[in-house]
Design a protein around this ligand. Structure first.
Ligand code: UD1
Ligand code: CA
Length: 464
């Protein structure tokens, strides 16, 4: 028995009012199309056919990025309806050698594998099985029309329905399982004789009734489609809650799930704590026992076990085990903070290797730099990495002590255990173990205040 799925993803999604194709809109860290493909993955189908049209190249790239075995794409040159889309797949030969076919839209991100498995279980016995549901408001959906015996006789689209048919609450999810031969036979007989002038896939149902048409019901929360951005946000809330519930069951503490945002691909270890206002995005990982938040955004970053990141923005960085970041740090791409290191308040880092136990505690900028293990960077130190044309590197050796308000004018190296005096502008290399002081010598001018006041009083007298 060989099985395929056809995912309809050629439409523009007019109600999104977007330059981006509807199925490419992201929700909780994945595009809608990707959510649908991930629901198919565990079914281990022999082939997955994605029908593309609007922004075809981008949709193809996104479909292929899922890396699903057996995935092929077919172009629907003009969007002439859901039936036409399936016909394109058939005419391209995408169903050759297939016995059973699932058809589903690309705009159902809430979909899970279970209802699809239920459909396939029913499919073997009939020409077609429809996945039905009872939406809170069935307006807009196709409706399942049944005869006196309760047998499904056809699907009628909302726009083509009579008032009596519109009173039917059982709606078509747009997801079906077909016997492949019966489906292809039905496709040859489609016509666009309806209000929208489209070839409706729903019209293949009625002619298949003598060969057996059934329906199974899915919870509305799994099959509702997303047609506009308001529905996208509603779907996002559901997906987010699913992710947080899974994480909590896996042993992650989430103080306030209503104020915590974790993308689909994020991994979090046991006994980690996520505080309110935490956003974990992209390919972020958080190690066991780490403490993140409040008010923290991590994008494509790795936080080690037992590390702390508070009130900070961390983009494309690695935070080592038991390291601390924040509050109020801006940790940018290419930052690697080793085990036990510290990036403290009002510190910005970029492309910076900060060694084991090294500390940048306050008010500093560290960019294009390497800081050795155990070094300490005094408050308000700046790596002056940009000369107006190019970026240059600062290297600070292990155990170095950089005085507060040091300007390290790159390219420059401070050797192991080297010191810089507070307020220095360091423009040439400092040898291992040496102290560099680069500031004007202090002068003492005795009696200055007294003379200044006397001068002021004289000028007041002269002008009166
Ligand atoms: C469709 C069903 C309706 C069902 C509803 C469930 C038909 C005629 N109607 O209506 O019974 O209740 O889904 O959500 O099938 N697409 C293409 N090519 C096209 C047209 C559409 O690939 O030419 C794709 C769209 O990108 C989308 C999917 O098919 O992913 C469904 O199309 P859409 O226009 O949203 O159908 P509905 O009007 O929602
Ligand atoms: Ca739809």
């Amino acid at each position: 028995m060989s099985r395929a799925a056809i995912v309809l993803a050629a439409g523009k999604g007019t109600r999104f009012r977007s330059d981006l194709a509807k199925v490419l809109h992201p929700v909780v860290g994945r595009t809608m199309l990707r959510w649908v493909l991930e629901a198919l993955r565990p079914l281990e189908l022999d082939r997955i056919v994605v029908v593309v049209g609007h922004q075809a190249a981008d949709v193809v790239a996104e479909a292929e990025a899922a890396g699903l075995p057996g995935l092929v794409t077919v172009t629907q040159p003009e969007q002439l309806g859901t039936g036409h889309a399936v016909r394109c797949a058939s005419e391209e030969g995408a169903l050759e050698g297939i016995d059973e076919v699932l058809v589903l839209p690309g705009d159902v991100p809430l979909l899970e594998p279970e209802p699809l498995a239920a459909l396939l279980a029913d499919a073997g016995q009939r020409a077609a099985t429809i996945l039905a549901f009872e939406p809170a408001d069935p307006g807009g959906y196709g409706r399942l029309v049944r005869d006196e015996d309760g047998t499904v006789t056809r699907i009628v689209e909302h726009r083509d329905a009579t008032d009596a048919e519109r009173a039917i609450t059982e709606a078509n999810s747009g997801i079906y399982a077909f016997d492949r031969a019966a489906l292809e036979d039905g496709l040859t007989r489609l016509a666009a004789d309806n209000v929208q002038g489209e070839e409706y896939l729903t019209d293949v149902i009625a002619p298949l009734v003598p060969r057996g048409v059934g329906a199974v019901t899915a919870p509305a929360g799994l099959v509702s489609g997303v047609n506009d951005r308001a529905q996208l946000a509603e779907a996002g809330a559901v997906l987010r809650r699913r992710i947080l519930t899974r994480l909590m069951r896996e042993g992650v503490s989430i103080i306030d799930p209503d104020a915590t945002y974790v993308d689909a691909e994020v991994r979090v270890g046991v006994d980690a704590v996520l505080r309110p206002g935490t956003h974990l995005e992209g390919a972020t990982t958080v190690g066991a026992g780490a403490d993140v938040g409040p008010a923290t955004r991590l994008v494509d970053s790795a936080v080690g076990e037992g590390a702390t990141v508070a009130q900070s923005v961390v983009l494309g960085a690695e935070i080592g085990e038991h390291a601390t970041v924040g509050p109020f740090s801006y940790v940018r791409a290419g930052t690697r903070l080793a085990t036990g290191g510290k990036i403290g308040a009002f510190v910005e880092t970029k492309n910076a290797e900060i060694g084991e136990g090294a500390k940048v505690p306050h008010l500093s900028y560290v960019g294009d730099a390497e800081i050795g293990a155990g070094a300490n960077i005094g408050a308000a130190t700046v790596t002056v990495n940009y000369d107006g044309f190019a970026k240059h590197r600062t290297v600070i050796g292990p155990g170095a002590r950089i005085g507060s308000d040091t300007m390290l004018v790159a390219p420059v190296t401070v050797g192991a255990e080297g010191y810089t005096g507070a307020g220095s502008v360091i423009t040439s290399d400092v040898p291992d173990g040496a102290l560099a002081v680069a500031r004007s010598e202090q002068r003492i001018i005795e009696g200055y205040a007294e003379r200044k006041r006397a001068k002021h009083e004289r000028s007041q007298r002269d002008s009166s």
